[in-house]
Design a protein around this ligand. Structure first.
Ligand SMILES: NC(=O)c1ccc[n+]([C@@H]2O[C@H](COP(=O)([O-])OP(=O)(O)OC[C@H]3O[C@@H](n4cnc5c(N)ncnc54)[C@H](OP(=O)(O)O)[C@@H]3O)[C@@H](O)[C@H]2O)c1
Length: 256
């Protein structure tokens, strides 16, 4: 059974682990993106023939993103893409109040965390919608964050990061809504979910892990390996009823 995955931000952190674990199954075809091939040593060192690395900055213009896909996807994904994992993201110096954040911070975080995934989805749509795969539903996984909760607002400052993830969740919900009126049954029945990957010990989370009272907030940390294996299990188990829901790596269902 061949399932084709496309993962953004896969040269380190959670994205790398997802690419590593998914490409360990030689039946899978995995596209892993990196902003810079020079920084993709860990991916290259995996040296797997079913793992295709693409240089791709999600903040680039849509036409640039489309161009970057043509050669690798036409060559290695004759049946298109089944599962898109929109993982690339940034969080820089985000533990501030809204009064302390800046327009530049907001613009940068929205550009990468919310607008980037829109463009990636648009650039991939022709490949994602290409063909039915009887082995799997078509899926788009948005690696979001509990920091983007509105209803369950987390009591710690996430200034420009939280709002960008809340916007990302809206994008996911809108895609789920758009797809209900698709002429293609496999798109109409596709599964669109934002997920929270846990508080994962990566470069990004170091700031939060070092400064928050995690015990008081009842938050535990997990490794990228644990997060990725839980996310893969979660993705494999997704059903139509999960479409348009917000799920944690451990299967907990959240209200938005
Ligand atoms: N770690 C956590 O506890 C946690 C919690 C909740 C949500 N998340 C979400 O999980 C995702 C992965 O985070 P992580 O912890 O693995 O972070 P990370 O270790 O900092 O890795 C982030 C990845 O995104 C890539 N990236 C950043 N900007 C990009 C751009 N403009 N275009 C393409 N790729 C770009 C990075 O590439 P470079 O190496 O080139 O920078 C890197 O591969 C993010 O969306 C994050 O918001 C993480």
């Amino acid at each position: 059974m061949t399932i084709t995955y496309f993962i953004t931000g896969a040269n380190r952190g959670i994205g790398f682990e997802l690419a590593k674990q998914l490409s360990a199954d030689s039946n899978n075809i995995v596209f892993a993106t990196t902003r810079s091939l020079a920084n993709a040593t860990a991916l290259k060192d995996l040296n797997r023939s079913n793992l295709h690395i693409i240089e791709y900055d999600v903040a680039s213009p849509l036409e640039t993103l489309k161009k970057a896909l043509v050669e690798p996807l036409e060559k290695h994904a004759p049946n298109g893409v089944d599962v898109i994992i929109l993982n690339a993201g940034i969080s820089k110096d985000a533990q501030r109040s809204i009064l302390q954040t800046t327009e530049a911070d907001l613009q940068e975080h929205y550009a990468v965390n919310a607008i980037g995934p829109v463009k990636v989805y648009q650039s991939l749509f022709p490949y994602w919608s290409k063909k039915v795969n009887p082995e799997t539903a078509k899926k788009v996984i948005f690696v979001s964050s509990a920091a983007g909760f509105i209803n369950n607002f987390y009591p710690f400052p996430t200034s420009h990061y939280g709002p960008s993830k809340a916007a990302l969740n809206f994008v996911a919900r809108h895609i789920a809504f758009d797809n209900t009126s698709s002429d293609l049954d496999h798109i109409k029945n596709s599964i669109i979910v934002p997920i929270h990957p846990g508080l994962v010990i990566t470069d990004m989370a170091k700031e939060a892990i070092g400064s928050l009272d995690l015990e008081a907030l009842s938050i535990k940390t997990i490794t990228p390996e644990e997060s990725a294996s839980s996310i893969i299990k979660l993705i494999n188990g997704l059903e139509q009823k999960d479409n348009d829901t917000f799920i944690s790596y451990d299967g907990t269902r959240y209200s938005w």
